[in-house]
Design a protein around this ligand. Structure first.
Ligand SMILES: *Cc1c(COP(=O)(O)O)cnc(C)c1O
Length: 479
């Protein structure tokens, strides 16, 4: 593409992005499409000859955009959000332009060193001690896979890196502990690492959905008696269902006593620690072995960017360093080669967008927005508590509110579950808001997550009206 043509389309597209972000609440949050709709509009054969950029862009408007779920919409209240701030978008643009691959220091010195510095800035902002070293991966799922691999590598007497696990009669069953509300990425890591699903033990939670210490203690004791070897606990700061926070300080005590690796999954919730008065959410994490936090969730960095912190980077290197001749450089003694600390060789220049976002907002700017989300969520929780036809189903330690409709006279759990499932779909079908659901106990639960850069109290107020309107439409008129 000639430079002049690039310039023309580049300007046009930046204009498009600026309008898109300005007018984002004019869009339906959820697209009105069925599976297969988008595919049917696309040719099944690859393009044989060159097509003009105009045609590609007009198909983007005609086909892609109508099939897009708008994560940047202020009433996107589902899952855990990822909002792309403008500085984050510009950082992405430049990293695509440079297309540097930071596998070793020499392959892009600034990618390596900017990653070292930004990740350490973030460590300071989160209040983690200086002994923590961090690395950027794509997602928390990858970070957790690396965290649990470290836990395995720390079992030095088992020599698993050299000898593997299959076919060994000398290996005990190895066990990871997590609460029953821990994220599925832990299960997937355990599956991929060859421990099997039986290598995981799910610990029950208390009435605030936090891992029960007595049950953890008991499970470890019981397993040891059976000849099973406990080696790792995964604690969650901000569970996916309801953002409950496991009692990390007491879990750390157990891990230290039992000599177990503690991995903390703070993928979403860790961001709250950027707010000085919320730093307690990471209490005890200074003694954890590894921690994952996703700047691509509640820190306004576009997907993907996850950070794994550990106090024991040597173990990570021991687990993954494997250097073929063609990747040896003259700087290996003096500089860090991030490829030695994980599965991927190739590494996108992700630190650039993190650097842009941290500088553009500043620590105070980030904290102010997160603080505001927590405050809006608490206001919303009060509205729910004060409404006779709704009830809240979990505490609100961060900015996620779990609720259901509970109209007077309806007491059977199965009726309530049916009603709330209908209500959930009805609200999402309006296109004005998008929420997700979970089950807490056996209760069908609507989750409302306030963590988008562009979400303000007016948006939650509108969502609350919608929810009440849709409930009225589902209830018998005679009421
Ligand atoms: C979102 C989330 C994950 C998974 O994050 P990805 O980056 O999508 O892999 C893991 N754990 C928790 C607690 C999460 O909230």
């Amino acid at each position: 593409m000639p430079a002049e043509e690039f310039r023309q389309y580049g300007h046009q597209m930046i204009d498009w992005v600026a309008d898109y972000l300005r007018d984002i609440d004019q869009y339906r949050v959820l697209p009105n499409v069925q599976p297969g709709d988008i595919r049917r509009m696309l040719p099944q054969k690859p393009p044989q000859t060159a097509e003009p950029m105009n045609a590609i862009l007009s198909d983007f408007d005609r086909i892609v955009l109508p099939g897009t779920t708008h994560w940047n919409h202020p009433r996107f209240l589902a899952y855990f959000n990822s909002s792309s701030s403008a500085p984050g978008i510009l950082g992405e643009l430049l990293s695509a332009a440079l297309n540097a691959n930071g596998m070793v220091w020499e392959s892009c010195p600034s990618a390596t060193e900017l990653e070292e510095v930004t990740v350490d800035w973030l460590r300071q902002m989160l209040g983690l001690p200086s002994g923590f070293w961090g690395i950027i991966y794509d997602t928390a799922s990858t970070s957790t896979l690396h965290g649990i691999t470290m836990a395995r590598e720390a079992l030095a007497d088992l020599h698993i890196r050299e000898r593997g696990m299959a076919g060994r009669v000398d290996l005990p069953r190895l066990r990871v502990y997590q609460s029953e509300l821990a994220h599925s990425s832990v299960d997937k890591a355990v599956i991929a690492l060859g421990f099997g699903m039986e290598g995981i033990r799910k610990i029950p939670v208390d009435d605030a959905f936090r891992m029960r210490l007595d049950a953890l203690d008991e499970a470890i004791k019981e397993d040891r008696k059976l000849g099973i070897r406990p080696f790792c606990v995964v604690a969650t700061v901000g569970t996916t269902s309801c953002t409950s926070i496991d009692p990390v300080p007491a879990i750390v005590d157990i891990c230290e006593r039992e000599k177990l690796w503690l991995h903390v999954d703070a993928a979403h919730g860790g961001a709250a620690a950027l707010v000085p008065e919320m730093q307690h959410v990471l209490a005890g994490c200074d003694r954890a072995d590894s921690i994952v936090i996703n700047p691509h969730k509640w820190m306004f960095v576009p997907v993907d960017l996850s950070v794994l912190y550990t106090r024991k980077p040597k173990i990570l290197r021991q687990a993954f360093s494997y250097v073929p001749e063609y990747l040896r450089t003259g700087y290996d003694e003096k500089a860090i080669n991030f490829m030695d600390y994980g599965i991927p060789l190739g590494r996108r220049f992700r630190a650039l967008k993190l650097w842009f976002v941290l500088r553009y907002f500043g620590w105070e700017g980030m904290a102010a927005r997160i603080r505001e989300h927590i405050s809006i969520a608490n206001t919303f929780a009060r509205w729910v508590d004060d409404h006779r036809d709704f009830e809240r189903l979990a505490p609100v330690p961060l900015s996620t509110v779990c609720l259901r409709a509970r109209p007077a006279g309806m007491d059977r759990e199965s009726d309530l579950n049916q009603l709330n499932e209908k209500l959930f779909h009805a609200v999402n079908r309006t296109g004005e808001a998008f929420v997700s659901h979970t089950k807490l106990g056996d209760r069908y639960t609507i989750r409302v997550v306030v963590s988008h850069l562009r979400t303000q109290e007016v948006h939650i107020r509108r969502f609350w009206e919608l929810l009440q309107q849709q409930l009225l439409m589902l209830l018998p008129k005679s009421r």
